[in-house]
Design a binder for this molecule. Structure first.
Ligand SMILES: [Zn+2]
Length: 274
């Protein structure tokens, strides 16, 4: 099939970011509410700096090879034509998120922290969405926290709907996508370098796509954030039980409340199909 489903939980004020203490409180609240085991599940992270270092090393290695070998030169040229770099930096494990030093994450221009919840039934944790995937597949998912200085924008339209307009009122294009940033789709400048106007995604209606009904619906801000929680179900997509009409799984009420209380900010959740 190749279809996978993620649910993003995003602050209503799309420019909002948590403090280090709020991040720790969030993860502690997940543990206390049973969404994450207290021990034995180490998160892994990477930052833009990891990605930059990796991409520079990769380019140097390729240049060295290309100088010696015409086939390597040809392969490097072909790889350049692709939109995305083929290989990315590895994730690094973090010991003790709740009591550790999160400075490298907080101070980065972009960072992602991922908890891979393999077989949540075996781990005995609560599923964070309001419908469940098929238990026979020993369901797994990833919970991640993304943080960035500029906005990250995930375009959920198939090119026909209203995506986010990233052109400032002065005409400057605010979006960019160098290779050396994390896997996010696109970054959008928080403040215009030309006229100093702050970008406000919440002032725009952005189309999203419901994979079950095929309908599009508009949400202020769409999937644009400087901080987001993402539940990536992969192909183990939650679905309705007997008799219910097919619909997208949303964040479970208790999970959303747990996040809201820990962060003291209002949140909304939206689906993303890829
Ligand atoms: Zn401007």
């Amino acid at each position: 099939m190749g279809v996978s489903y993620s649910r993003y939980i995003i602050p209503r004020d799309n420019g909002w970011r948590p403090s280090e203490d709020q991040l720790k409180a969030l993860v502690q609240a997940w543990q206390e509410a049973g969404y994450m085991p207290k021990d034995g599940l180490l998160p892994r992270f990477k930052t833009d700096a990891h990605e930059q270092e990796y991409q520079i090393k990769k380019r140097d290695r390729e240049a060295e090879l290309a100088a010696k070998n015409p086939i390597a030169r040809w392969l490097a040229k072909r790889a350049e034509r692709g939109k995305r770099p083929q290989f990315r930096a590895q994730l690094v494990p973090i010991e003790g998120f709740v009591c550790g030093d999160l400075e490298p994450i907080i101070s980065s221009t972009g960072a992602i922290v991922i908890w891979s919840v393999n077989d949540y039934l075996k781990l005995g944790t609560k599923y964070p969405l309001d419908m469940l995937p098929d238990p026979a597949w020993r369901p797994s998912y990833e919970i991640s926290i993304s943080l960035s200085d500029d906005y990250q924008y995930v375009d959920a339209t198939d090119g026909t709907g209203n995506g986010l307009n990233t052109i400032c009122k002065c005409g400057a294009e605010l979006s960019y996508h160098p290779e050396e940033i994390l896997d996010a789709e696109t970054r959008v400048r928080r403040v215009c370098a030309k006229c100093a106007t702050a970008f406000r995604p919440q002032d725009q209606l952005v189309d999203l796509f419901d994979g079950f009904t095929g309908a599009t619906y508009a949400v202020p801000g769409g999937i644009c954030f400087r901080f987001a929680i993402c539940i990536d179900c992969g192909r183990e997509i939650p679905h309705e039980s007997n008799g219910e009409a097919p619909r997208e799984a949303k964040a479970a009420k208790l999970f959303l409340e747990t996040c809201r209380n820990a962060l003291s900010t209002d949140l909304y959740d939206v689906g993303y199909w890829s």
